[in-house]
Design a protein around this ligand. Sequence first.
Ligand code: SAH
Length: 289
Amino acid sequence: MSEKRSQFPLPLSSVTGGNTRKTTLPSPVATPQTATQNARNNSQAQPPGGQRGAQSGVPGPAKPAPAQPQQTVARSDLAATEAPRRAMAARAARQGVKDAQVLGALEIVPRHMFVEPGMLAQAYVDISLPIGHNQTISQPYIVARMIELLKEGGQPLRRVLEIGTGCGYQAAVLSCVAQEVYSIERIKPLHELAKANLRPLRIANLRLQYGDGMLGLPQVAPFDGIILAAAGLEVPRALLEQLAIGARLVAPVGAQVQHLQRITRTGKAEWTSETLEACHFVPLRPGTA
Ligand code: SAH
Protein backbone atom coordinates (compact mmCIF):
# COMPACT_ATOMS: atom_id res chain seq x y z
CA MET A 1 0.00 0.00 0.00
CA SER A 2 1.33 3.45 -0.86
CA GLU A 3 1.51 6.43 1.53
CA LYS A 4 -1.52 7.98 -0.06
CA ARG A 5 -3.53 4.78 -0.03
CA SER A 6 -2.98 4.12 3.64
CA GLN A 7 -5.11 7.16 4.41
CA PHE A 8 -8.86 7.45 4.22
CA PRO A 9 -10.45 6.65 1.90
CA LEU A 10 -8.72 3.33 1.69
CA PRO A 11 -9.17 1.77 -1.76
CA LEU A 12 -9.46 -1.90 -0.96
CA SER A 13 -9.16 -2.68 -4.65
CA SER A 14 -5.56 -1.55 -4.51
CA VAL A 15 -4.55 -4.24 -2.06
CA THR A 16 -4.00 -7.84 -2.94
CA GLY A 17 -3.37 -10.93 -0.93
CA GLY A 18 -5.14 -14.10 0.03
CA ASN A 19 -5.62 -16.13 3.10
CA THR A 20 -5.05 -19.78 2.45
CA ARG A 21 -5.69 -21.05 5.95
CA LYS A 22 -7.40 -24.44 5.93
CA THR A 23 -10.76 -24.58 7.54
CA THR A 24 -13.98 -26.55 7.86
CA LEU A 25 -17.31 -25.77 6.33
CA PRO A 26 -20.38 -24.34 7.98
CA SER A 27 -23.62 -25.70 9.34
CA PRO A 28 -26.75 -23.65 8.62
CA VAL A 29 -28.72 -23.40 11.88
CA ALA A 30 -30.84 -20.55 13.18
CA THR A 31 -31.04 -19.47 16.80
CA PRO A 32 -32.09 -16.30 18.58
CA GLN A 33 -29.38 -16.64 21.22
CA THR A 34 -26.53 -14.26 21.90
CA ALA A 35 -23.38 -14.51 19.85
CA THR A 36 -21.47 -16.26 22.61
CA GLN A 37 -24.27 -18.75 23.20
CA ASN A 38 -24.52 -19.24 19.47
CA ALA A 39 -20.88 -20.12 19.26
CA ARG A 40 -21.20 -22.60 22.11
CA ASN A 41 -24.48 -24.16 20.99
CA ASN A 42 -23.32 -24.68 17.46
CA SER A 43 -19.90 -26.05 18.03
CA GLN A 44 -20.70 -29.07 15.88
CA ALA A 45 -20.72 -28.72 12.15
CA GLN A 46 -22.72 -30.14 9.29
CA PRO A 47 -21.72 -30.36 5.65
CA PRO A 48 -22.37 -27.40 3.36
CA GLY A 49 -25.89 -26.99 2.03
CA GLY A 50 -27.41 -28.88 4.97
CA GLN A 51 -31.01 -28.01 5.80
CA ARG A 52 -30.91 -28.27 9.58
CA GLY A 53 -33.15 -25.58 11.08
CA ALA A 54 -34.13 -24.27 7.67
CA GLN A 55 -37.56 -25.89 7.40
CA SER A 56 -39.58 -23.22 9.13
CA GLY A 57 -37.52 -20.38 7.74
CA VAL A 58 -37.59 -18.61 11.10
CA PRO A 59 -35.01 -18.69 13.86
CA GLY A 60 -35.61 -21.51 16.32
CA PRO A 61 -33.63 -22.92 19.22
CA ALA A 62 -30.43 -24.69 18.30
CA LYS A 63 -30.36 -28.43 18.92
CA PRO A 64 -27.08 -30.21 19.27
CA ALA A 65 -26.39 -31.96 16.00
CA PRO A 66 -24.83 -35.36 15.67
CA ALA A 67 -21.21 -35.17 14.64
CA GLN A 68 -20.92 -34.92 10.89
CA PRO A 69 -17.98 -35.37 8.58
CA GLN A 70 -16.50 -31.99 7.73
CA GLN A 71 -15.05 -30.88 4.45
CA THR A 72 -11.73 -29.13 4.67
CA VAL A 73 -11.21 -26.15 2.40
CA ALA A 74 -8.87 -23.21 2.09
CA ARG A 75 -10.38 -20.02 3.50
CA SER A 76 -9.92 -18.42 0.11
CA ASP A 77 -11.68 -21.22 -1.73
CA LEU A 78 -14.92 -19.54 -2.70
CA ALA A 79 -16.28 -22.38 -4.83
CA ALA A 80 -16.36 -24.71 -1.82
CA THR A 81 -18.72 -22.36 0.04
CA GLU A 82 -21.12 -21.77 -2.82
CA ALA A 83 -23.73 -24.23 -1.57
CA PRO A 84 -23.91 -22.91 2.00
CA ARG A 85 -24.01 -19.34 0.70
CA ARG A 86 -26.90 -20.22 -1.56
CA ALA A 87 -28.66 -21.98 1.33
CA MET A 88 -28.15 -18.90 3.52
CA ALA A 89 -29.73 -16.61 0.92
CA ALA A 90 -32.61 -19.05 0.39
CA ARG A 91 -33.20 -19.09 4.13
CA ALA A 92 -33.28 -15.27 4.28
CA ALA A 93 -35.86 -15.35 1.47
CA ARG A 94 -37.99 -17.79 3.47
CA GLN A 95 -37.68 -15.44 6.44
CA GLY A 96 -39.24 -12.70 4.35
CA VAL A 97 -36.42 -10.88 2.54
CA LYS A 98 -37.71 -10.19 -0.97
CA ASP A 99 -35.17 -7.91 -2.62
CA ALA A 100 -33.41 -9.98 -5.29
CA GLN A 101 -30.32 -7.78 -5.32
CA VAL A 102 -29.92 -8.12 -1.55
CA LEU A 103 -30.41 -11.89 -1.69
CA GLY A 104 -27.89 -12.03 -4.52
CA ALA A 105 -25.40 -10.10 -2.40
CA LEU A 106 -25.90 -12.53 0.48
CA GLU A 107 -25.16 -15.34 -1.91
CA ILE A 108 -21.99 -13.69 -3.21
CA VAL A 109 -20.21 -12.46 -0.07
CA PRO A 110 -18.13 -15.20 1.59
CA ARG A 111 -19.16 -14.78 5.25
CA HIS A 112 -16.65 -17.42 6.32
CA MET A 113 -13.89 -14.92 5.52
CA PHE A 114 -15.23 -12.60 8.26
CA VAL A 115 -15.58 -14.97 11.21
CA GLU A 116 -12.90 -16.02 13.67
CA PRO A 117 -10.95 -19.13 12.61
CA GLY A 118 -12.43 -21.12 15.52
CA MET A 119 -15.97 -20.40 14.31
CA LEU A 120 -15.65 -21.17 10.64
CA ALA A 121 -18.00 -24.11 10.97
CA GLN A 122 -20.76 -21.67 11.94
CA ALA A 123 -20.10 -19.05 9.30
CA TYR A 124 -23.28 -19.79 7.31
CA VAL A 125 -25.54 -20.37 10.29
CA ASP A 126 -28.16 -17.62 10.65
CA ILE A 127 -26.74 -16.25 13.88
CA SER A 128 -24.50 -13.48 15.15
CA LEU A 129 -21.05 -14.60 16.30
CA PRO A 130 -18.38 -12.99 18.49
CA ILE A 131 -15.59 -11.15 16.67
CA GLY A 132 -13.61 -10.04 19.74
CA HIS A 133 -13.75 -6.81 21.79
CA ASN A 134 -17.27 -7.78 22.96
CA GLN A 135 -18.63 -7.17 19.46
CA THR A 136 -20.36 -9.44 16.97
CA ILE A 137 -20.79 -10.14 13.29
CA SER A 138 -24.51 -9.59 12.66
CA GLN A 139 -26.96 -12.36 11.83
CA PRO A 140 -27.20 -12.72 8.02
CA TYR A 141 -30.99 -12.30 8.07
CA ILE A 142 -30.82 -8.94 9.85
CA VAL A 143 -28.03 -7.72 7.54
CA ALA A 144 -30.24 -8.52 4.54
CA ARG A 145 -33.38 -7.12 6.15
CA MET A 146 -31.78 -3.80 7.05
CA ILE A 147 -30.34 -3.31 3.58
CA GLU A 148 -33.70 -4.22 2.06
CA LEU A 149 -35.38 -1.63 4.30
CA LEU A 150 -32.86 0.94 3.18
CA LYS A 151 -33.62 0.23 -0.50
CA GLU A 152 -37.38 -0.38 -0.34
CA GLY A 153 -39.28 2.14 -2.45
CA GLY A 154 -36.45 4.62 -2.09
CA GLN A 155 -34.05 6.36 -4.40
CA PRO A 156 -31.04 4.57 -5.90
CA LEU A 157 -28.28 4.02 -3.36
CA ARG A 158 -25.33 5.97 -4.71
CA ARG A 159 -23.56 6.82 -1.48
CA VAL A 160 -24.18 4.80 1.67
CA LEU A 161 -22.74 5.09 5.17
CA GLU A 162 -22.48 2.26 7.69
CA ILE A 163 -21.82 2.94 11.37
CA GLY A 164 -20.06 -0.01 13.00
CA THR A 165 -17.84 -1.84 10.50
CA GLY A 166 -17.01 -4.61 12.96
CA CYS A 167 -15.42 -7.37 10.91
CA GLY A 168 -16.55 -5.79 7.63
CA TYR A 169 -19.20 -8.29 6.53
CA GLN A 170 -22.18 -5.97 6.19
CA ALA A 171 -19.97 -3.39 4.47
CA ALA A 172 -19.08 -6.02 1.86
CA VAL A 173 -22.78 -6.88 1.36
CA LEU A 174 -23.61 -3.18 1.04
CA SER A 175 -20.90 -2.76 -1.58
CA CYS A 176 -22.93 -5.10 -3.83
CA VAL A 177 -26.03 -2.90 -3.73
CA ALA A 178 -24.67 0.66 -3.54
CA GLN A 179 -22.31 2.58 -5.77
CA GLU A 180 -20.10 3.89 -2.95
CA VAL A 181 -19.97 2.58 0.61
CA TYR A 182 -18.31 4.26 3.58
CA SER A 183 -18.04 2.41 6.87
CA ILE A 184 -16.86 3.74 10.23
CA GLU A 185 -15.57 1.70 13.20
CA ARG A 186 -14.68 3.13 16.63
CA ILE A 187 -12.50 0.22 17.85
CA LYS A 188 -9.10 0.39 16.19
CA PRO A 189 -8.29 -3.36 16.21
CA LEU A 190 -11.68 -4.07 14.60
CA HIS A 191 -11.07 -1.43 11.95
CA GLU A 192 -7.77 -3.21 11.24
CA LEU A 193 -9.50 -6.60 11.28
CA ALA A 194 -12.05 -5.41 8.73
CA LYS A 195 -9.28 -4.12 6.49
CA ALA A 196 -7.52 -7.48 6.68
CA ASN A 197 -10.75 -9.43 6.05
CA LEU A 198 -11.74 -7.27 3.09
CA ARG A 199 -8.33 -7.00 1.44
CA PRO A 200 -8.50 -10.31 -0.46
CA LEU A 201 -11.95 -9.39 -1.80
CA ARG A 202 -10.57 -6.25 -3.47
CA ILE A 203 -13.80 -4.28 -3.27
CA ALA A 204 -13.29 -1.07 -5.23
CA ASN A 205 -16.30 0.90 -3.97
CA LEU A 206 -15.78 0.49 -0.23
CA ARG A 207 -13.97 2.94 2.04
CA LEU A 208 -13.20 2.25 5.69
CA GLN A 209 -12.81 4.92 8.35
CA TYR A 210 -11.62 4.68 11.96
CA GLY A 211 -13.54 7.09 14.17
CA ASP A 212 -16.74 7.86 16.05
CA GLY A 213 -19.59 7.03 13.72
CA MET A 214 -22.02 9.03 15.84
CA LEU A 215 -20.51 12.07 14.16
CA GLY A 216 -21.06 10.61 10.70
CA LEU A 217 -18.82 11.62 7.83
CA PRO A 218 -19.70 15.26 7.11
CA GLN A 219 -16.90 15.61 4.55
CA VAL A 220 -18.59 12.96 2.37
CA ALA A 221 -22.30 13.67 3.14
CA PRO A 222 -25.05 13.75 2.00
CA PHE A 223 -25.79 10.03 1.93
CA ASP A 224 -28.56 8.20 0.07
CA GLY A 225 -28.70 5.72 2.91
CA ILE A 226 -27.25 5.25 6.40
CA ILE A 227 -27.22 1.96 8.36
CA LEU A 228 -26.30 1.63 12.01
CA ALA A 229 -25.00 -1.75 13.14
CA ALA A 230 -25.15 -0.79 16.83
CA ALA A 231 -28.10 0.32 18.97
CA GLY A 232 -28.45 3.71 20.63
CA LEU A 233 -31.32 5.09 22.70
CA GLU A 234 -31.87 7.47 19.84
CA VAL A 235 -30.38 8.15 16.43
CA PRO A 236 -27.62 10.77 16.58
CA ARG A 237 -28.72 14.12 15.17
CA ALA A 238 -25.55 14.45 13.08
CA LEU A 239 -26.54 11.35 11.09
CA LEU A 240 -30.03 12.66 10.40
CA GLU A 241 -28.47 15.86 9.10
CA GLN A 242 -26.21 13.89 6.76
CA LEU A 243 -29.10 12.20 4.94
CA ALA A 244 -29.96 13.53 1.49
CA ILE A 245 -33.56 14.66 1.15
CA GLY A 246 -35.63 11.57 0.35
CA ALA A 247 -32.92 9.30 1.79
CA ARG A 248 -33.31 6.78 4.57
CA LEU A 249 -31.58 5.65 7.70
CA VAL A 250 -32.11 2.22 9.26
CA ALA A 251 -31.01 1.67 12.85
CA PRO A 252 -31.66 -0.52 15.87
CA VAL A 253 -32.98 1.72 18.65
CA GLY A 254 -33.37 0.87 22.33
CA ALA A 255 -31.48 -0.71 25.20
CA GLN A 256 -32.74 -4.06 26.55
CA VAL A 257 -35.66 -3.98 24.12
CA GLN A 258 -34.68 -2.83 20.67
CA HIS A 259 -36.57 -2.26 17.43
CA LEU A 260 -35.44 -1.44 13.95
CA GLN A 261 -36.30 2.13 13.12
CA ARG A 262 -36.44 3.54 9.60
CA ILE A 263 -36.17 7.29 9.28
CA THR A 264 -36.80 9.10 6.00
CA ARG A 265 -35.68 12.68 5.47
CA THR A 266 -38.66 14.33 3.84
CA GLY A 267 -37.42 17.93 3.83
CA LYS A 268 -34.66 20.24 4.97
CA ALA A 269 -35.84 20.05 8.56
CA GLU A 270 -38.34 17.18 8.34
CA TRP A 271 -37.98 13.50 9.00
CA THR A 272 -40.54 10.71 9.35
CA SER A 273 -39.97 7.59 11.38
CA GLU A 274 -41.27 4.02 11.29
CA THR A 275 -40.76 1.52 14.09
CA LEU A 276 -40.39 -2.00 12.73
CA GLU A 277 -39.40 -5.44 14.00
CA ALA A 278 -37.63 -6.29 17.25
CA CYS A 279 -33.89 -6.91 17.05
CA HIS A 280 -30.81 -7.33 19.21
CA PHE A 281 -27.59 -5.37 18.62
CA VAL A 282 -24.49 -4.38 20.55
CA PRO A 283 -24.62 -0.82 21.95
CA LEU A 284 -23.68 2.30 20.01
CA ARG A 285 -20.92 4.06 21.98
CA PRO A 286 -19.40 7.50 21.64
CA GLY A 287 -15.74 8.21 21.03
CA THR A 288 -13.02 5.85 19.89
CA ALA A 289 -11.18 2.94 21.51
N1 SAH B 1 -21.35 -4.44 10.65
C1 SAH B 1 -20.95 -5.59 11.41
C2 SAH B 1 -21.51 -5.62 12.79
C3 SAH B 1 -20.58 -5.02 13.74
S1 SAH B 1 -21.13 -5.01 15.41
C4 SAH B 1 -21.18 -6.85 10.62
O1 SAH B 1 -20.89 -6.83 9.48
O2 SAH B 1 -21.59 -7.85 11.14
C5 SAH B 1 -21.28 -3.29 15.66
C6 SAH B 1 -20.03 -2.48 15.62
O3 SAH B 1 -20.38 -1.13 15.89
C7 SAH B 1 -18.96 -2.85 16.66
O4 SAH B 1 -17.79 -3.20 16.01
C8 SAH B 1 -18.79 -1.57 17.46
O5 SAH B 1 -17.47 -1.33 17.87
C9 SAH B 1 -19.27 -0.53 16.47
N2 SAH B 1 -19.65 0.76 17.05
C10 SAH B 1 -20.37 1.02 18.17
N3 SAH B 1 -20.49 2.35 18.34
C11 SAH B 1 -19.85 2.94 17.30
C12 SAH B 1 -19.59 4.29 16.91
N4 SAH B 1 -20.01 5.32 17.63
N5 SAH B 1 -18.88 4.51 15.78
C13 SAH B 1 -18.41 3.49 15.02
N6 SAH B 1 -18.60 2.19 15.34
C14 SAH B 1 -19.31 1.93 16.46
